[in-house]
Design a protein. Structure first.
Length: 486
């Protein structure tokens, strides 16, 4: 431990969140462009035109893993191996540390001591406990105290980069009130919905129309990048015990070791497991046979063709994937896209018909002496009502529909919107029921906390933009990729 820490007695009870020492998530889990080359066997890669040694890379990777342990405890290894890319996290850390050095940021021993001794999990009866720190460094993170303190020094230097980039960010009184109103003012409307689906049977198309439509809208039918993966699984019952889970995890680790030596197919055969195939799917698609798993899809898409994943723990059990095939995005020819083209053309024509019906209804509803309700009744149309919703809320049966919400909040009570609102799902004609203003007394009580949150959002946005630009400037060349070193 720092000599100063050995001498200094901390008697003041201070509880600071882990955010004091942990760089925001977008830094820890940022995405760096990975160029897998093996040009220099003695280097991990290049950033800002400078070679990064394997030692520096491993230090950054180890530091990230320790921060994961501090933040997520026992789940850290599972999260790191299943859903995050430690390689990218290590490079993000190195890029930000490079920026800290460029800015000549220095962290004094006193700053490290203060931050260390204020960590809540190292406190006992309101005081820093050296014995707890010793146990923490030996058994919780398996890192010598001196090494952890240097990592902490680096964390603080990165935090100062964040502070410098965002120090001039502020929120005005008008901005606070405006954003609070946006978040807390509510409205509700009644509406008549015109669904394109109801018009499809009335639509006809010709082959020539479909071909002409395809020529105009080819990009609309572009097939996104896709992958096909083979996998083996050891699935468990929902009520499986921790002992059963541990045994399954160990078995799959052995399977992974065997797969690395002999291939996934042979490993499956020797272990009498069935090797299955997902079939082609895109990043935003459900993983075939497994369902909607965005984090799993992201992890699989980050692998190269032929790569093996680590053992992945999902709700159903443990899995190992191998990327069998990767396809780049492409624009299909008309013959391949024909069915989708005709379907899209029919839907577009149906949308035009439903919008025209909505326009006709709106004209009747706003005609002199008529009303929204009378027009709906005469047309045998159903009127629906929304519950109260805010500008950021999900509206049942409609969705987020930001454009619709923007119109709804501009309407006076009982006013019918001047224009038809057309969304992907169809067309709407709106009539305001009521708008409930924000609570002034509640605003006074919540203002301070709300302004802090708003300021933090603005700072994060500014820093996120800065860091994205910084990573582009770093021009990362990664020799490590998904090698076992990770």
């Amino acid at each position: 431990m720092l000599r100063l820490l050995r001498k200094k007695k901390i008697a003041k009870k201070i509880y600071y969140g882990l955010a004091v020492i942990i760089i925001p998530a977008f830094v820890i889990w940022g995405s760096a462009s990975v160029i897998r080359q093996k040009q220099d066997p003695h280097a991990a890669g290049i950033i800002f035109g400078q070679t990064v040694s394997f030692d520096d890379y491993r230090d950054a990777l180890r530091s990230w893993k320790i921060q994961m342990k501090i933040q997520f405890g026992e789940k850290a290894d599972q999260l790191a191996s299943s859903f995050f890319n430690p390689n990218q996290a290590a490079w993000d850390r190195l890029i930000l540390l490079h920026e800290a050095r460029k800015r000549r940021i220095k962290i004094k021993d006193e700053e490290v001591v203060t931050t260390l001794t204020q960590m809540p999990f190292l406190q006992k009866n309101g005081h820093f406990d050296p014995q707890m720190y010793d146990l923490f460094s030996k058994y919780s993170i398996g890192e010598p105290a001196r090494s952890f303190e240097e990592q902490l020094r680096e964390n603080l230097s990165m935090a100062k980069v964040y502070d410098q980039v965002t120090e001039r960010v502020s929120v005005s009184e008008d901005e606070i009130k405006k954003e609070y109103i946006k978040a807390n003012e509510q409205t509700r409307v009644k509406y008549v919905f015109f669904a394109p689906g109801a018009e499809k049977d009335k639509v006809t198309t010709t082959e020539d129309e479909a071909k002409a439509y395809f020529e105009k809208t080819k990009e609309k039918f572009k097939v996104p990048p896709q992958i096909n993966a083979t996998y083996i699984a050891l699935e468990l019952k929902e009520e499986a015990s921790e002992q059963e889970k541990s045994a399954a995890s160990d078995q799959m680790k052995r399977a992974l070791s065997l797969a690395k030596q002999r291939g996934l197919g042979k490993a499956a055969s020797e272990l009498k497991m069935e090797a299955k195939e997902t079939g082609l799917f895109g990043l935003e698609d459900p993983v075939p046979t497994l369902g909607w798993m965005p984090q799993l899809a992201i992890m699989l898409f980050d692998l190269s063709s032929g790569d093996l994943s680590k053992v992945v723990e999902l709700k159903r059990g443990y899995y190992i994937f191998r990327i069998k095939e990767k396809r780049d995005a492409y624009v299909p020819d008309y013959k391949e896209a024909k069915d989708k083209v005709k379907e899209a053309l029919v839907l577009e024509k149906a949308k035009d018909l439903s919008r025209q019906k909505a326009e006709d209804f709106l004209a009747k509803a706003k005609a002199p002496g008529a009303s929204f309700e009378q027009a709906a009744q005469l047309g045998n149309l159903e009127i629906k009502e929304t519950p109260l919703f805010s500008r950021e809320a999900y509206i049942p049966e409609i969705g987020m529909a930001q454009e619709l919400k923007d119109i709804a909040f501009k309407l006076e009570r009982d006013q019918v919107a001047d224009n038809v609102m057309t969304l992907d799902q169809g067309s709407y004609v709106l009539k305001s029921l009521e708008t409930v203003p924000f609570d002034q007394d509640k605003f006074k009580k919540e203002k301070d906390e709300f302004s802090k949150q708003l300021l933090e959002q603005k700072r994060n946005k500014i820093f996120n933009d800065f860091f994205s630009d910084l990573k582009k400037k770093a021009n990362l060349v990664d020799y490590v990729g998904d090698s076992p070193a990770n």
